[in-house]
Design a protein around this ligand. Structure first.
Ligand SMILES: Cc1cc2nc3c(=O)[nH]c(=O)nc-3n(C[C@H](O)[C@H](O)[C@H](O)COP(=O)(O)OP(=O)(O)OC[C@H]3O[C@@H](n4cnc5c(N)ncnc54)[C@H](O)[C@@H]3O)c2cc1C
Length: 337
C-alpha cells in the first residue's frame, strides 16, 4: 500500500478547500482497507474515509490517514423474476452505478441520477432526491469495523435509515468503513414522477413513452438547471437539512408568516430550509470569496480561495439568525470536519 505524506485535498472535495492530509492512501479492495487500519495504528494516527468529497467541509488539515475509497465492481449476486440484487464496490461513482442500472433496465435509482459522490457514502446519509431515497432500494452492506478489523454485514433494519440519516451518522459514526453495498433493483420498474418538476420536464422534452431512461434524463436536466456545478463554484449542495417542527409551532409561525410552506410527515411538519433562508435575506449574500448562492439559498459556496473555517462561521451565523427569527434550530447536512 502506497502511503503518501502531506497531500493536498483541494481537488478531492467539491467545496475546493485547500487543506492537507498528513497521510494519504487509496484502498482498492477490503484487504487493503484492513491493511490501511494496521498502517494507521503503526503511524499512531486515526483514519478518515474519503469518497467523492461532495458532502464534507474541511475546516482544518486532517491529521490522520485519509483513505480514499477506490473499491470498484458491480456484481449480480441474486436474481428472481421481479428483482436483481447488485453488490457494488464502495468506490464506484454513484452516477455511473445509476447509468449502469438504466442501461440494464433495472429500475429504482433513476430519480437519484447525477447525485455526486460514491456508492459507499450513499447509505451514510441515506441520499435522496425527487421522491426517492436509497433506503427504497437498499438490501444490505458490508463494512470493516475499525477496531476489530472484522467484516460485518448490516441489514436494512440495522442501518436505521431516516431523512438524511443512518446509524453511520449516529451510534456507529467513525467506527466502520463501508466496502460494499447491495441494492435490490426492479426488473419491472414502477415510475415515480410525482415529485418536483419531473412531469413538466418530461412534457417539455416531448417524452411519449415513460421509461427509466427518460426519467433519468428529466432529473439530470432539472438538476443541471438548478444546482451550481462544483467544477465551476465550490459547494456541497444543501448545507442544511429541512427541519421538522411540531404542528403547534408551525401554526404559530403561520400566524406571523402566512406564506410559510409546510409538509406533513410522520414526525411533524417539514419546513423547507431554503424558504427560511430566503425570507431571512441570506440568498445571494457574499462575504469576500464565500457566500450563499444567488439562486439557491441552501447552497453555501466557495467562489475560489475561500476557507472552510469561514464557511463554517457563516453556517453558524445563519443557524443563529434562523433560531432567533423562527425558533428553529437548523442542522447541517454537510459533514463539517
Ligand atoms: C452538487 C451537489 C448535489 C448534491 N445533491 C444531493 C442530493 O440530491 N441528495 C443527497 O442526498 N445528497 C446530495 N449531495 C450530497 C452528496 O452528493 C452525498 O451526500 C454523497 O453521498 C456524498 O458522497 P461522497 O462519496 O462524496 O462522500 P464524502 O463527502 O467523501 O464523505 C461523506 C461522509 O461519509 C464518510 N464516508 C464516505 N465514504 C465512506 C465509506 N465507504 N465508509 C465509511 N464512511 C464513508 C466520510 O468520512 C464523510 O464523513 C449533493 C452534493 C453536491 C456537491
Amino acid at each position: 500500500m502506497n502511503i503518501q505524506k502531506n497531500v493536498s485535498l483541494k481537488e478531492l472535495n467539491t467545496f475546493g478547500i485547500d487543506k492537507k492530509a498528513t497521510f494519504y492512501a487509496e484502498a482498492h479492495n477490503s484487504q487493503e482497507v484492513i491493511e490501511a487500519i494496521t498502517q494507521a495504528e503503526q503511524l499512531g494516527v486515526g483514519i478518515f474515509i474519503l469518497g467523492g468529497g461532495s458532502n464534507i467541509l474541511l475546516t482544518k488539515d486532517i491529521d490522520a490517514l485519509v483513505l480514499k475509497m477506490n473499491i470498484k465492481g458491480i456484481d449480480t449476486v441474486a436474481e428472481d423474476e421481479q428483482y436483481v440484487y447488485l453488490k457494488v464496490g464502495a468506490g464506484e461513482v454513484w452516477h455511473d452505478f445509476v447509468q449502469y442500472c438504466i442501461a440494464h433496465g433495472y429500475g429504482g435509482v433513476e430519480n437519484l441520477s447525477l447525485i455526486p459522490g460514491t456508492v459507499g457514502a450513499s447509505p451514510m446519509q441515506n441520499i435522496g432526491a425527487y421522491g426517492v431515497e436509497i433506503k427504497d432500494v437498499f438490501e444490505s452492506l458490508e463494512a470493516v469495523h475499525m477496531q476489530t478489523k472484522f467484516l460485518k454485514t448490516f441489514s436494512h433494519a440495522a442501518c436505521r435509515f431516516g431523512y438524511r440519516e443512518s446509524i453511520f451518522k449516529n451510534e456507529a459514526k467513525g467506527k466502520y468503513i463501508i466496502t460494499h453495498v447491495t441494492f435490490r433493483l426492479s426488473k419491472q420498474p414502477t415510475f415515480n414522477t410525482e415529485y418536483g418538476a419531473i412531469k413538466a420536464t418530461l412534457d417539455e422534452m416531448g417524452i411519449k413513452k415513460l421509461d427509466i431512461q427518460s426519467i433519468s434524463k428529466a432529473v439530470i436536466a432539472i438538476r443541471q438547471s438548478k444546482l451550481p456545478d462544483p467544477a465551476v463554484i465550490g459547494n456541497a449542495a444543501s448545507f442544511f437539512k429541512n427541519p421538522t417542527i411540531s404542528p403547534i409551532h408551525y401554526e404559530a409561525l403561520k400566524q406571523e408568516h402566512p406564506s410559510i410552506p409546510g409538509f406533513k410527515t410522520e414526525k411533524g411538519i417539514k419546513v423547507p430550509a431554503a424558504w427560511l433562508l430566503e425570507q431571512a435575506g441570506w440568498k445571494g449574500k457574499t462575504f469576500g470569496n464565500i457566500g450563499v448562492h444567488k439562486d439557491q439559498p441552501l447552497v453555501l459556496v466557495n467562489y475560489g480561495g475561500g476557507e472552510g473555517e469561514a464557511i463554517k462561521q457563516l453556517s453558524q451565523d445563519i443557524q443563529r439568525d434562523i433560531l432567533r427569527r423562527y425558533n428553529i434550530q437548523l442542522q447541517p447536512e454537510v459533514n463539517v470536519v
